[in-house]
Design a protein around this ligand. Structure first.
Ligand code: NAD
Length: 471
């Protein structure tokens, strides 16, 4: 095959947008307005460590502001640049629209390898970065609300929230300036696992549609299906953990930074994660075949491939060697525009990032609402639910004259806690999201795949928000 120049991450996202927009009858110029980032702030700041001044460069991009606040994670990575941040911000706008989360899109990035710094240094860097963004209102509960992404987690979010509170001590909603915080700092139960759990719920929903499963060349349910995952971080780990624990899936390949491990038997992902924490990688994991080129593991045979690390991992170069039937894009932008076209022609089904990894922002939305309402979900109604269940039991027992078995009594008197409610809202969001995009895909002839369907849905919602506003 002649070598075709492939597009980068941002261009790929824009081309995917164009492909979907071409199927719609948008007023001239509106598509371009939606597609472009509205503004990007680049900041350079320094932090003094002992006698050394270290300079850092970061960005926060704001894509579409048809809804406020805008929302999107902050990534710490040595490779991150402005183009990536803009592509990720655009995906955030589309993602929120697809799953009906009433936010616009934004994203932040700091060009840093967090592994080069200790905790004390990272806290100083994070607080300084946050301060710069807060000064320009690129962090604020009502305008722009970050969350974790690659290289950041609950710890960094707690530092950002505290920095905001110090600068705005009289803002009663200060804590809503960022989501993904530790539960003890105003976070919500179930946020850490949310993106991976959302991937899991979406796959469950996919397998509820036998026609879609057949189209992928698969059959049956998730049980026993062979998965390969790239990146056993927050998203990848939780996705495969729930697939393994709750559906009996087999995780036959795990690719990490230092290589990949393979086992036809399947891995216990908790144990691999513990091994990575202890040894810093997967090399020498017992009873596994190790390959040094981790990316080559994507080409091993499996039913479902979950790229959950970086963008641009599946290109025209390796796409022809993939031996999977379904790609579940847990990461943002793992497949280039050209590879997407190639794989579609080969009949590989792709569950697109803009839908599939929306579980994180969905639960971030719940956390933001919890922060603004200043009350934990379930606090008012949990005992009330229990009493209603007790009343039902008493009524049933008095009518039948028999005592209900203990198992039914327990189920009927169970009052939902915050985690139950978060999981219920997330499951519903992912099911409905998939049903909506498959409906567009199946009913419109010019919509060529699920990704185009997802973009069509996003563009329709964002464009009607602009048109209704009269802009
Ligand atoms: P993370 O930092 O927790 O995990 C990333 C994992 O990938 C790490 O285990 C890392 O070692 C591994 N990795 C890095 N480079 C690799 C390589 N070249 N090959 C194989 N593995 C590699 O990050 P995360 O939060 O899990 O994010 C992963 C992806 O999911 C990103 O694309 C991110 O934008 C996307 N995402 C994250 C969230 C979230 O809530 N955290 C939400 C939506 C989308």
């Amino acid at each position: 095959m002649a070598k075709i120049a492939e597009h980068g991450f941002k261009e790929s996202v824009d081309l995917m947008f164009d492909q979907a927009a071409a199927t719609l009858d948008l007023p001239p110029g509106l598509g371009d307005q939606i597609k472009a980032n509205n503004n990007v702030y680049q900041v350079r700041f320094f932090v003094k460590f002992r006698d050394n001044y270290r300079i850092f460069t970061g960005w926060r991009a704001v894509h579409s502001e048809h809804r406020l606040p805008v929302k999107g994670g902050i990534r710490y990575a040595p490779s991150v640049d402005q183009q990536d941040v803009e592509a990720l911000a655009a995906l955030m706008s589309y993602k929120c629209a697809i799953v009906d989360v009433p936010f616009g899109g934004s994203k932040g990035g700091l060009n840093i390898d967090p592994r080069d710094y200790n905790e004390f240094e990272l806290e100083r860097i994070t607080r300084r970065f946050a301060q710069e963004l807060i000064k320009k209102e690129y962090i604020s509960p009502s305008v722009n609300v970050p969350a974790p992404d690659m290289g950041t987690g609950t710890r960094e979010m707690a530092w950002i929230a505290d920095t905001y509170r110090m600068l705005h001590p009289h803002d009663i909603n200060a804590i809503a300036c960022v989501t993904g915080k530790p539960v003890s700092q105003g976070g919500i139960d179930g946020r850490v696992e949310a993106t991976g759990r959302g991937v899991f719920y979406a796959l469950q929903e996919f397998f509820r549609h036998p026609e879609d499963v057949r189209d992928a060349g698969l059959e049956g349910g998730l049980e026993g299906k062979r998965f390969i995952v790239q990146g056993l971080g927050n998203v990848g780990f939780h996705a495969v953990k729930f697939l393994q624990e709750l559906e009996g899936a087999r995780i036959t390949g795990i690719a990490e930074r230092d290589g990949a491990i393979l086992s036809e038997k399947g891995f216990d992902v908790e144990s691999v994660a513990a091994y990575i924490r202890e040894h810093g990688g997967v090399r020498d994991y017992p009873d596994a075949v190790y390959i040094e080129d981790g990316r080559a593991a994507l080409e091993e045979e499996c039913d479902i491939l979950i790229p959950a690390a970086l963008e641009g991992q599946i290109t025209l170069e390796n796409a022809p060697r993939l031996k999977t039937k379904l790609i579940a894009e847990a990461a943002n932008g793992p497949v280039t525009f050209e590879a997407n076209e190639y794989l579609r022609d080969q009949g590989v089904i792709i569950l697109p990032d803009a839908f599939l990894n929306a579980g994180g922002v969905t639960v971030s939305y719940f956390e933001w609402i919890k922060n603004l309402s200043h009350i934990r979900f379930g606090r008012l109604d949990r005992r009330h639910e229990e009493i209603r269940g007790q009343n039902v039991i008493e009524a049933l027992e008095s009518i039948t004259g028999k005592r209900l078995p203990d198992e039914f009594r327990r189920k009927l008197t169970y009052g939902s806690n915050e985690l139950d409610l978060v999981r219920s809202g997330l499951d519903d969001t992912m099911r409905t999201g998939y049903q909506n995009i498959r409906e567009i895909y199946r009913t419109r002839d010019d919509v060529v795949d699920l990704r185009t369907a997802a973009f069509v849905m996003a563009i329709e919602k964002i464009s009607s928000a602009y048109l209704e506003m009269g802009l």
